[in-house]
Design a protein around this ligand. Structure first.
Ligand code: PRX
Length: 649
């Protein structure tokens, strides 16, 4: 069996000290599914509560009544768990190591300092009129103030909504309006790979859009000192406001089910949706997964290379590690700057023990050859992690051999913005590894595979991945649109959560995620809806119709392939391709840059007018022989025309 050829057994060294070996994993897993109340009631004790929960699990996946609650009578504060409770035992330990874009820039912030900074900002937020339940939008560089801002919101019961710093003004505006956010926290500029990104200018532009009047203030961190416009009465310097505040701020007592944050992500249809995560279950789940999946041991330096704008940054740069009293590294830059060896150099500089990154970053390094890591030793590394998209076995092996010096287990972690934390992943001391497989479910996670009719498939088989019961980190709703939440996740199949991913299970019960089965793209680990890009394109006056599909891309995993039908009379020119590329970048952000644009005089449609994406995907992938049945098309000849002029051969 090919799956069996490359099995990496658990190393004795790792198993000897690990939080869980195979027997412990199996026993804990069994209890977590047999008696979730007992299991999670016990796990809840890992965090501090003002009032400990007595009601543990209260969840329904019935599409007429989707209702997800965990620890519902408990009260707590997330920032107290990430800060205050560590002060006595580890006040002087580094909480955040910040590594700047410039390799000469780094800074350590202790738990005591982080606590003081968080309290000061929390008091500052109150002075700006922000209180419990208000939504604060963060559009920030990867600087410690981003974590401080998240924790300060949590401290006073405000709900943060972090928008990735690579998104456009329109994306910021959409999210400010969607969440009715009263405050935006940003910086003058961010710095990545030596280039400056005008965050504050983008916020200024965003706040000219309709509906954004709800936002009353913009709090601005001075990161570069670059020139910005100042809106008197609205804009406030972060430094000025914070420095005069007390370093004490009583934490708000929050119910376990009070929202902690909103995070927008793309779906297969419509505008991005704001997933609502709540406080108690999320924190228990983020901290438990961080400890077990990365086998985090006290005193270790842990580095997750994600951006705080994504859920990975929320759960595994900020909340999970800090709840566990870890030292978490936050990197402002990119792996390719100033040279391609940067990631290894950062590992050596800060003696990183655990490195959690993305397949796309690994593939980009691989492209620079075996010696790309020669500027570093990486002897401190113990555990490696991967997230965001399926990792191809070649990239897995390279990660293991070249970055990890063939010593470090790789935890390939499958999860989603909706799941709040890691769902399927090996535990370093318990699970033999198979390159390319996310392996086995975490405690409380019950995967199943369904066919398209909703029949459960047993044994070694390919299917659509669903989760048959709830876990504490699960998103509770879509902000302001519970019906859409129910429709998106609980209506495809009755009584289960539908992930949108395809998956294979092998003879050993290992799970192999095969990618999205809906119209969601995963480009360099960034999630994007084809509908979002299409609606951006059709807003251009030259575009009559557009269809967007993914195609296999060596480094990005998936690239963006666009078919454009022009408005009558418009000439298809290379200039226009450039213009449309810029248009999408400006509208959504650089992560949505088209890789290929093909002019399409017609698109393959069914007689009822539905675009047959299956065919467009095949043409984009240059797999024109296996197009399958085209007899239901209104005009089969458009397919020949598209094949003839395909742009990816
Ligand atoms: O398709 C899966 C893929 O990323 C999707 C979730 O994207 P997002 O909500 O942005 O969260 C990314 C970080 C958790 C999933 O539906 N995905 C994520 N991790 C993996 C993965 N696919 C395969 N293997 C993974 N380890």
């Amino acid at each position: 069996m090919s799956d069996q050829q490359n099995v990496y057994p658990v190393s004795d060294d790792i198993a000897a000290k690990a939080w869980a070996d195979k027997e412990k994993y199996q026993a804990m897993y069994q209890q977590s599914v047999d008696d979730p109340d007992a299991f999670w009631g016990e796990q809840a004790k890992r965090i501090d509560w003002f009032k400990a929960p007595t009601r543990i699990k209260h969840t329904s996946y019935d599409p007429h009544n989707v209702d997800i609650r965990w620890f519902e009578d408990g009260t707590l504060n997330a920032s107290v768990n990430c800060l205050d409770r560590h002060l006595e035992t580890r006040g002087d330990q580094t909480a955040i190591i910040w590594e700047g874009d410039d390799p000469n820039d780094s800074k350590h912030t202790t738990y005591r300092e982080l606590h003081a900074q968080t309290c000061q900002l929390a008091n500052a937020l109150k002075e700006l009129g922000i209180g419990k339940g208000d939504v604060v939008t963060l559009y920030m560089p990867m600087i410690p103030e981003a974590a401080v801002a998240m924790l300060a919101c949590a401290r006073i019961g405000a709900v943060h909504s972090v928008v990735f710093g690579g998104f456009s003004p329109d994306a910021v505006a959409q999210r400010v309006v969607g969440a009715q956010s009263k405050l935006v926290i940003t910086a003058d500029e961010s710095v990545r790979g030596g280039k400056h990104v005008p965050l504050k200018d983008n916020v200024d532009a965003a706040l000219t859009r309709d509906g954004t009047e709800v936002c009353q203030n913009v709090l601005v961190v001075k990161r570069t000192g670059g020139e910005i416009q100042w809106h008197e009465g609205r804009d406030v310097w972060y430094g000025d406001l914070v420095e005069k505040q007390s370093t004490d701020c009583a934490a708000e007592e929050m119910n376990a089910e009070d929202p902690l944050f909103i995070l927008y992500t793309s779906g297969s249809t419509g505008a991005p949706k704001g997933l609502k995560h709540t406080t108690g279950g999320y924190l228990v789940y983020a901290s438990l997964t961080h400890q077990y999946v990365f086998d985090y041991q006290d005193g270790e330096v842990y580095w997750c290379t994600a951006d705080v704008g994504w859920v990975t940054g929320h759960s595994y740069i900020v909340y999970g590690p800090l709840a566990n009293g870890a030292t978490t590294l936050m990197f402002e830059g990119v792996p390719s700057y100033p040279g391609h060896g940067r990631m290894g150099e950062v590992v050596d500089k800060h003696k990183v023990n655990i490195l959690y990154t993305a397949p796309t970053a690994i593939r980009a390094l691989m492209a620079h050859g075996e010696n790309v890591m020669d500027s570093s030793q990486r002897d401190s590394l113990r555990i490696l992690g991967s997230v965001g998209e399926p990792i191809n076995p070649e990239a897995w092996e390279w990660f293991y051999r070249v970055i990890g010096n063939s010593r470090c287990p790789i935890v390939d972690t499958w999860w989603q913005t909706e799941t709040g934390g890691i769902m399927i992943a090996p535990l370093p001391g318990a699970t033999p590894l198979k390159p390319g497989s996310a392996t086995l479910p975490f405690f409380g996670v019950q995967p199943a595979l369904y066919d398209s009719e909703g029949k459960e498939l047993k044994g070694a088989v390919d299917g659509n991945l669903v989760l048959t019961d709830s876990w504490p980190g699960q998103a509770r709703s879509i902000w302001g649109d519970h019906e859409r939440f129910v429709q998106t996740y609980f209506s495809t199949y009755q009584g289960v959560y539908f992930t949108g991913d395809g998956c294979r299970r092998d003879e050993d019960g290992y799970y192999w995620i095969t990618g999205r089965v809906d119209d969601v793209l995963n480009v360099s680990g960034h999630r994007m809806g084809t509908a979002e890009i299409e609606s951006s394109l059709v807003a251009h006056e030259s575009v009559a119709e557009a269809a967007v599909v993914g195609f296999p891309h060596d480094i990005k995993g998936q690239g963006i392939y666009i078919y454009v039908t022009l408005t009558e009379g418009v000439e298809p020119t290379d200039e226009l391709k450039k213009e449309l590329t810029q248009w999408v970048r400006k509208d959504i952000g650089p992560i949505a840059s088209p890789d290929v644009i093909q002019w399409a005089p017609g698109l393959p449609k069914t007689r009822s007018g539905k675009i047959m994406r299956r065919i467009l995907r095949k043409i984009a992938a240059n797999e024109c022989d296996g197009l399958g049945d085209t007899s239901t098309l209104a005009d089969p000849s458009v397919v020949d025309e598209l094949i003839e002029h395909r742009a990816n051969r």
